[in-house]
Write a protein that binds this ligand. Structure first.
Ligand SMILES: [Cu+2]
Length: 478
């Protein structure tokens, strides 16, 4: 357990999260350290697509795939000339599972770490016992099998730890995998596919001179090295055509406000819960921890030989803003296009229950609270009923230190209704599972509880805050 003094120190530090946002919050004062790495010195590490270890056919559900995904320590080359010991699924940086709706996935796992592990499919609509509830932790050396029904809409999801004590550090040390679910509806659209559909996992980190990762829970201001798929500020060679870029922010705390070149157009097509109702032209793209944003970028605008930088407009003062660079190296055929209409949001019904969530930082204890309380695994905070639509109003009252928060719901995606009474922006019109609420702001969203009873979490996805108490537990009842 942390002492009270440590709690206050950590809480106050995670408090002054000095990120601004497109919603107009100014950058905090102060200067961060310069980045240790030279940008664009290494190629992008492709996120490797895993193959099932076997396939089978069940009596009722048809064909299924079995994967193995075991967290373990492994030494990998991240910064040139050094190796870094990380905690990685199967010893790989961001491996990816590609799954199809209607075809279930089983994942066999042995925890080879010396800390507990509780795998969560972020964005997954799965039975409670496979959701990575902290009570379902796999002890070191223990094994489990997870079952993902894949009966939800196509979306970009990811897998990470949700253990009570170790999740923040496990995620920081790299235990992240992609989970890209597709379906017939999405496959029929003429969007870029195959090698032109590229998942990118963005994060920050701090490295010591010997290449080792430096972890401090409250160290969010001092993680100057930006990684994409585990490559430090890489370059990525592309063809002069359209690409679907699936961005996932796996950082503990860092927000990105991404800008391509001098503000070149990106076409925003999807968020956490899959495709937007319609594409949205974007000059910048905001992505907070655990969020997914997908864009189509048309590199045919640029002559072969062009190099276009993707930068972060929320870099701390003194930090290098470059995230990665796209190098246009060849021409290519391009049969893809972005339709004017993508995918309607399903009808979530008429809300009959309203709930209010107040996110706040308690200076006295250093804890982050929801409705005045820190997380208590023995307490059930709410009991939504299956088949019921609810409206959640989430207010961030942390104006004194200017602390952003987010709300992530397990089990169900939601649709943002409004922010401070103003209708949602077109880029927020799709399904979401994580939403950021800036200090003094309120967001309302609508969600419907379906299919799976049991205990699920909801929490801030700025991981230091979650560790410091900003999590609740709901028991979905029949
Ligand atoms: Cu928070």
């Amino acid at each position: 357990m942390l002492t009270r003094r440590q709690l206050i120190k950590a809480g106050a530090a995670t408090g002054v999260l000095a990120a601004g946002s497109a919603s107009g919050i100014a950058l905090a004062e102060g200067s961060g350290p310069a980045a240790a790495d030279e940008p664009f010195g290494v190629p992008l590490r492709p996120a490797r697509v895993l193959s099932p270890v076997r396939q089978g056919r069940g009596r009722s559900k048809g064909w299924y795939d079995v994967y193995r995904l075991s967290p373990k320590e492994a030494d990998v080359g991240v910064l040139p000339g050094t190796t870094t010991r990380m905690r990685l699924f199967n010893g790989e940086v961001a491996p990816v599972i590609r799954a199809t709706r209607g075809r279930p996935v089983f994942i066999e796992q042995t925890n080879a770490l010396d800390v507990p592990f509780s795998m969560h499919l972020h964005g997954g609509h799965v039975p409670a016992r496979y959701d990575g509830h902290p009570a379902e932790e796999v002890r070191p050396g223990g094994s489990r099998v997870f079952f993902y029904p894949n009966e939800q809409r196509a979306s970009t999801m990811w897998l990470h730890d949700h253990s009570l004590e170790a999740h923040t550090e496990n995620i920081y040390r790299g235990t992240v995998a992609g989970y890209l679910l597709t379906d017939e509806f999405e496959e029929r659209l003429p969007l870029p596919k195959g090698r032109y559909d590229v998942p990118l996992y963005l994060r920050d980190a701090k490295f010591a001179a010997d290449g080792s990762l430096v972890y401090a829970m409250d160290g969010f201001r001092d993680r100057p090295t930006l990684l994409v798929n585990g490559s430090p500020r890489p370059y990525f060679e592309v063809a002069a055509r359209k690409y679907r870029i699936r961005l996932t922010n796996t950082s503990n705390e860092r927000a990105f406000l991404l800008q391509l070149g001098e503000g070149d157009e990106m076409t925003h097509i999807a968020s956490d819960g899959g495709l937007l109702p319609a594409p949205v032209s974007a000059r910048v793209l905001e992505i907070w921890p655990a969020e997914r944003q997908e864009v189509v970028i048309d590199f045919s605008r640029y002559p072969v030989g062009s190099k276009i930088v993707l930068g972060n407009k929320l870099a701390f003062p003194g930090e290098a803003p470059e995230v990665m660079r796209f190098d246009v190296v060849r021409t290519a055929e391009d049969p893809s296009s972005v339709p004017d209409r993508l995918r309607p949001v399903p009808d979530l019904g008429t809300p009959t229950v309203e709930r209010t969530f107040v996110m706040s930082f308690d200076v006295a204890t250093g804890q982050h609270l929801i409705n005045g309380k820190p997380f208590d695994p023995e307490r059930v905070d709410l009991r939504p009923r299956l088949g019921t639509t609810e409206i959640w109003t989430v207010t961030n009252t942390d104006t004194r230190f200017g602390i952003p928060h987010s709300m992530h719901t397990h089990l169900e995606h939601f649709q943002v209704v409004d922010r401070d009474g103003t209708a949602r922006a077109p880029g927020e019109a799709g399904l979401k599972d994580t939403v950021t609420v800036m200090p003094g702001r309120t967001v309302r969203f609508k969600l419907k509880f379906t299919d799976y009873p049991g205990k699920f979490m909801y929490h801030c996805h700025l991981l230091g805050h979650m560790t410091m108490g900003m999590m609740g537990q709901m028991e979905v009842v029949d």
